[in-house]
Design a protein around this ligand. Structure first.
Ligand code: ADP
Length: 290
């Protein structure tokens, strides 16, 4: 696929996004493409701009510069059919608290041409949500699950979840996320979820994207990254010579006390023989890339 085809077939295509709150820049010339069927964990520290990025991607927040395209259309011009292809679970759930879950779901059902009642029924039982209690009386975790069921019910092609497991206890987070992703995998839904908790990603996100200083600093399949990234140390000149010889990508550099440097590098074409260096784990990557 050429770069151009990759851009035009993208479910989400963000180019040159910049957004500041007053004098505080949050997105700074950010480019990002999500391809059909990708499952992406968006990783960044607290305050890095994950919510801002997801809201901008959905056309809910207007950037000061750049373009946002969803399914090949400008987000601002998206028609009802385009909107019905999106499922969104915001960080603060926006459920009507005076309704019961049953009332809420039948209300939303009336808006969508496509609605998978069997899926809704199955998830309501499996995730143990009382149907007839006012939503305000459900636990935070149950409200979050209900918000997710609402977002899945119309079988979206793009599912955007902002910290979808924030209200769940740590033990249940990853398992729940994995189940959530399994729910949509067979349809080829594109899924992006934000998190600042590393264990959420393991065995859930096939791709990870790191948000740092207003840009996507790195995006790749998680297992590839763990295979391809190494930490090398040496003098700046030695390391420069290695890049030239082995075509590696430098992800970050930091000085060591003895005048040498420590580089985090990636070998996108696979590791050359004898390249050495230490492997990294997801936590190292997070520390360096966010
Ligand atoms: P994250 O989701 O990664 O924690 P956010 O997108 O919520 O990051 O916030 C990014 C930065 O922008 C933070 O410093 C936050 O305080 C600031 N911010 C977020 N929303 C607003 C807003 N509506 N007005 C002003 N500043 C905001």
């Amino acid at each position: 696929m050429s770069a151009n085809e990759t851009t035009t077939s993208a479910v989400v295509n963000l180019q040159g996004l910049s957004l500041s709150y007053g004098a505080q820049p949050v997105l700074q010339g950010l480019d990002w493409q999500l391809q059909p069927g990708q499952v992406i964990g968006l990783l960044g520290r607290n305050g890095a701009g994950k919510t801002t990025l997801l809201e901008t991607l959905l056309g809910l927040r207007e950037p000061q510069a750049g373009t946002v395209q969803l399914f090949g259309q400008n987000a601002a011009d998206l028609d009802d059919t385009g909107r019905a292809r999106i499922g969104y679970v915001p960080q603060q759930n926006d459920l009507f608290e005076g309704f019961t879950p049953d009332q809420l779901l039948s209300y939303f059902k009336s808006f969508y041409p496509r609605w998978n009642e069997a899926k809704v029924e199955g998830l309501m039982s499996r995730w143990d949500i009382a149907r007839d209690k006012p939503i305000a009386k459900l636990s935070g975790g149950q409200q979050q699950r209900l918000s997710i069921i609402r977002a899945l019910a119309h079988e979206p092609d793009l599912l955007v979840l902002d910290e979808p497991v924030a209200s769940l206890d740590p033990a249940g987070r990853r398992d729940f996320l994995r189940e959530l992703v399994e729910q949509v995998l067979d349809r080829g839904t594109t899924v992006v979820f934000s998190t600042h908790i590393l264990s959420d990603l393991e065995r859930v996100a096939f791709n990870v994207a790191f948000l740092k200083q207003g840009r996507i600093a790195l995006q790749a399949p998680l297992d590839e990254l763990l295979d391809e990234v190494r930490v090398l140390s040496g003098s700046s000149a030695e390391l420069q010579a290695l890049i030239a010889a082995q075509g590696m990508q430098v992800l970050s550099r930091s000085p060591l006390e003895d005048g040498r440097e420590r580089w985090l590098v990636r070998f996108p074409q696979g590791l050359p023989a004898g390249s050495g260096g230490e492997r990294v784990n997801l936590e190292d990557l997070f520390m360096e890339m966010t």
